[in-house]
Design a protein around this ligand. Structure first.
Ligand code: EPU
Length: 421
């Protein structure tokens, strides 16, 4: 397990390029199951979760080729086994995204239940309840969701009790190939859901309402994608760079992104007093700031402030003068970073889903432990601002979702070292 050693304080200045989005890439790669011929993906980020997805597809009989330098993945979807095994799904909860495509294409699937994770219980009951409405028989046997379709999948009226991103994605797969009309209410509006819907549409799917809470789908058959599927820039990586630049009072130009997908994140940092420019929709420029105002922010489904940015903005709030409040409404246990930030000097108290942050503090380097992907990112930001050296252990969490973060930091002159253990 590698450790990241960061010597602070640093000031992030210069230019950085954002990689393809993890959460957009995962459903699209699983979507290859729907096709008969090879599918090509471009701008694929070099991440552990992509590696795990390709291993999952390989365990089902698919073949793939990953040209890492060109960020291109080709998948030959020669599926012979309709099963996603525990061994791989436990490494990556998004393995549940195999369920929709397998059911849609083959009418059967055996997909391991993902189990809980550091940020909460994260059940998949909404996926299961929705699939049942298409005429799918679903049972849980020995830790696996076993799905079988008798006859033809039939369009359904789905009302999700709570917004679910991968749940909406699984239903998009199934509804696209089901007979008749499907309506999804309380659908996720996240850009990653829209990207999946647009890919399906490019192959002939009849989907209306993408990016809104009501999606209508008319079942049809699919043709091959007309060309390579290009993964959109990672909005959470972008937001993490914004947070890091703000926290280090740097002057950072973030390229290859899509500022239109970050409005609430940029608004939150602007409300703290940072000047952020968008000279072009694909470029964000963070201007060096000084004193930060405290914030009051609450996570919510897109287009509101993303839970995947909560830990990072909390680190920045520690530097603001006054009392900030961060409320987490999506996951019940997503404050694991608080204890680690406290080890570095943060003054944060937590009551249920509300964190109250007193600032400003001067972070001090300390040994800390990464507990999940975005928590790791918040620790990196704190380490960049800290006096002294911070050692972040278990950074495999970081490697799951940030492409070569240490190399990108090095290119910005940060004193950072990956220590192999
Ligand atoms: N939920 C249920 N039952 C379900 C599904 C969801 O109770 O069947 C609950 C969850 O426990 C949670 C809420 O509904 O409280 C929303 O969960 P959602 O299903 O939207 O989460 P997800 O699809 O599993 C995706 C991202 C997460 C991101 C969330 C929220 C992917 C692969 N993952 O997860 O990304 O935090 O949406 O936006 O798209 C990350 O990248 O660090 C990450 C955790």
């Amino acid at each position: 397990m590698d450790t990241l050693r960061i010597k602070g304080p640093a000031r992030l200045s210069g230019a950085i390029s954002v990689s393809g989005s993890k959460n957009a890439a995962l459903p699209l790669l699983f979507g290859s199951i729907l096709f008969d011929k090879p599918v090509v993906f471009e701008n694929v980020p070099r991440l552990w979760d992509i590696e795990t997805t390709l291993s999952l597809l390989a365990s089902m009989g698919a073949q793939s080729e990953w040209n890492k330098e060109a960020a291109r993945v080709t998948i030959w979807p020669t599926i012979t086994k309709r099963e996603a095994p525990y061994d791989l799904v436990r490494r990556m909860r998004a393995g549940i995204l195999a369920l929709g495509p397998l059911v849609a294409k083959f009418g059967e699937a055996r997909v391991s239940l993902p189990g809980g994770c550091a940020i909460g219980a994260r059940p998949v009951n909404f996926h299961i309840d929705a699939l049942k409405q298409f005429g799918v028989t679903l049972d849980v046997e020995e830790g696996y969701v076993v799905a079988k379709v008798r006859g033809q999948l039939k369009g359904a009226h789905i009302v999700f009790p709570q917004v679910t991103v991968t749940g909406t994605e699984n239903i998009l797969f199934v509804a696209t190939l089901a007979e008749g009309h499907t309506k999804i209410e309380n659908a996720a509006c996240e850009p990653e859901v829209v990207a999946l819907g647009e890919m399906l549409r490019a192959c002939g799917a009849k989907i209306a309402g993408l990016g809104t809470p009501v999606i209508d789908i008319e079942g049809t058959s699919l043709s091959q994608p007309p060309g390579p599927i290009v993964i959109s820039p990672d909005r959470i990586e972008t937001g993490t760079w914004v947070a890091a630049a703000v926290a280090t009072r740097g002057h950072l130009t973030i390229r290859n992104t899509d500022a239109s997908k970050l409005s609430s994140v940029l608004d939150a940092f602007r409300a703290m007093g940072t000047e952020i420019r968008v000279p072009d929709p694909s470029v964000i420029e963070v201007m060096p700031g000084n004193n930060f105002l405290p914030i009051d922010v609450q996570t919510a489904p897109y287009p509101f402030f993303a839970t995947d940015m909560q830990a990072q903005i909390m680190t920045v709030a520690c530097l603001a003068k006054g009392t900030s409040r961060v409320r987490e409404t999506i996951f019940e246990n997503r404050f694991m970073h608080v204890a680690e930030l406290r080890r570095m000097g943060a003054k944060i108290s937590v009551r249920r889903n509300l964190a109250t942050i007193e600032g400003p503090v001067q972070f001090k380097g300390a040994p800390v432990m990464a507990t999940d992907l975005r928590a790791s990112a918040s620790l990196v930001i704190a380490a960049l601002c800290a006096q002294g050296t911070t050692q972040i252990s278990r950074i495999y969490h970081l490697d799951r979702g940030y492409q070569r973060l240490d190399e990108k930091l090095k290119a910005l002159d940060v004193d950072v070292e990956r220590v192999k253990e």
